[in-house]
Write a protein that binds this ligand. Structure first.
Ligand SMILES: Nc1nc2c(ncn2[C@@H]2O[C@H](COP(=O)(O)OP(=O)(O)OP(=O)(O)O)[C@@H](O)[C@H]2O)c(=O)[nH]1
Ligand SMILES: [Mg+2]
Length: 472
């Protein structure tokens, strides 16, 4: 086929797919769910489990999701993606990992991906139902991405100078200062107006990337730039903050030599925002109607007051730059907006069931504060405490109620934990968390998910209800 003919056909196909996508959106039959959260918060496991629960709804435990409970679901199937810019979500790979011996968790995410589901259901009797139509379809797209990238979003709204000033403030906290080591003084004494030395820049860049990894190891959340965590080698034209900028006026910096540290690093920062952050925001967030925000609250609590505080700050910064507002028919088509956010504390199978409600209350308090400082229009928010895959069960040891789960060495282990407060812990309450170890568990063994075995979860059905319930 002639190149121009093939190009025309491809373009027509693409346009057709876009039109049908927009048509479905206009008819309220299509919804795009962005699954958001910091690195390792449980996004990929959540999507894998949710896709499995819905496709195998007959075996799944979904009492809070009324279309499943009332027998209105007819069938659920995955469809090929109709968006060529985004890779397919590795669902089969995740299911294979969870069903393997020994079982494994889905792999950490390295790029954007998406999955499309068609849910066929019997319409509730209403005047709007088309006569003669036996079923309706709801198309649900779920989007995933590497969590590290989320914290790059606030960088879109800051210049290099503003970002460096924020970093100078942030790096003064003891935990970050200990991760920085000598680099703290090096970045404080580096003259921003001096002509850039390429070797020194590369050396500082290497130290800076090591610092970012050390922050992650220390359990901190607010780590920028996030793409640097997923990249192996520091590049010669990367950037790092200059920590002495508060001593220079804006005019002094504007007049700096084009080859100065300030001007060269500013350029690298602007390039990063243009080439990495904005395209990610556009691809992942621009078409999202609803958002699930996964929060690993237990990990932050386990890390201590500095880690919890850092997570709260990160959450506020990210929520600040999301575009929320009510989605009406017209702006859904032309400028889709998030009209509902479900904030889910993840992995709560790591604590006893009588603590779950407290986790939910604590999450509510954190989210409430983050939203108070974030600028947002009316948006529905719902908090839930969840586990996408329940990896523990309640058992008795020495007459004590404990949790039993498979540790990384494959052996079953009993676990206990301090009481989880339903509020941000006070200074004296932190004492109880000092000796708490939170081991990484293996997923439950012996599952044949390809055959439709049920995958135990905690309150994923409530999340599904909040996410999709009003569309049926
Ligand atoms: N116990 C338990 N652990 C979980 C659960 N979900 C996730 N995990 C653990 O958390 C780790 C990270 O989960 P992912 O789903 O990969 O997290 P993510 O947010 O997609 O991470 P990135 O892709 O790196 O941003 C897993 O490897 C598991 O160790 C859960 O429901 N229960
Ligand atoms: Mg992931």
């Amino acid at each position: 086929m002639e190149f121009s003919q093939k190009y025309l056909l491809d373009s027509l196909n693409q346009a057709g797919r876009s039109l049908s996508r927009y048509g479905d959106r206009l008819l309220d039959r299509r919804i795009c769910v962005g699954v958001t959260g910091f690195s390792g918060s449980g996004k990929t496991t959540f999507i894998t489990s949710l896709l499995h629960q819905l496709q195998h709804f007959r075996n799944a435990t979904l009492p809070a999701f009324s279309p499943a409970l009332k027998g209105r679901l007819i069938g659920v199937r995955r469809l090929p993606l109709d968006n060529e810019d985004i890779a397919a979500f590795p669902y089969d790979e995740g299911i294979q990992a969870l069903s393997s011996t020994p079982p494994k968790w889905p792999r950490a995410t390295t790029g954007l991906s998406s999955s499309l589901l068609e849910i066929r259901y019997r319409p509730a009797k209403s005047l709007l139902s088309f006569p003669g139509r036996r079923y309706h379809s709801l198309f649900v797209e779920l989007r995933d991405y590497p969590g590290e990238w989320l914290l790059d979003l606030p960088m879109m709204h800051s210049s290099f100078r503003q970002w460096s000033l924020q970093c100078a403030h942030l790096y003064d906290t003891p935990l970050r200062a200990s991760c920085l080591g000598d680099l703290h003084a090096d970045l404080q004494t580096l003259d921003p107006l001096a002509i850039l030395d390429t070797n020194l820049r590369l050396q500082l860049q290497k130290h800076f990337n090591r610092f970012l990894l050390a922050c992650r190891k220390a359990g901190l959340t607010l780590i920028q730039p996030g793409h640097y965590l997923t990249r192996q080698q520091p590049t010669a034209n990367g950037f790092f903050p200059l920590l002495s900028l508060a001593s220079y006026s804006r005019e002094q910096l504007d007049r700096a030599h084009p080859d100065s540290y300030f001007k060269q690093l500013s350029k690298a920062y602007d390039d990063y925002v243009q080439l990495k952050v904005k395209p990610f925001f556009k691809l992942h967030f621009s078409q999202v109607d609803r958002q699930v925000l996964m929060v690993d609250l237990l990990k932050a609590l386990n890390g201590g007051p500095a880690c919890l505080e850092d997570m709260r700050l990160a959450l506020t910064r990210v929520l600040d730059c999301m575009h929320y507002g009510h989605s009406n028919l017209l702006n859904r088509l032309f400028q889709p907006r998030v009209d509902k956010v479900i904030v889910a504390a993840s992995k709560i199978d790591q604590v006893l069931p009588d603590q779950h409600e407290n986790i939910r209350a604590l999450l509510g308090q954190i989210v409430h504060e983050a939203y108070r400082s974030a600028t947002f229009e009316l948006v529905d928010i719902y908090c839930e405490a969840t586990a996408s895959v329940r990896a523990t069960r309640v058992s008795k040891y020495d007459n004590r109620v404990m949790l039993l789960g498979a540790l990384q060495n494959g052996h079953q282990g009993y676990m206990s934990h301090p009481d989880i407060p339903d509020h941000l812990p006070h200074d004296n309450e932190w004492q109880a968390f000092k000796d708490w170890s939170l081991p990484e568990l293996l997923p439950p063994a012996g599952l044949h998910l390809q055959r439709g075995d049920s995958l135990h979860h905690i309150r994923l059905d409530s999340v599904i209800r909040e996410l999709l319930g009003d569309k049926f």
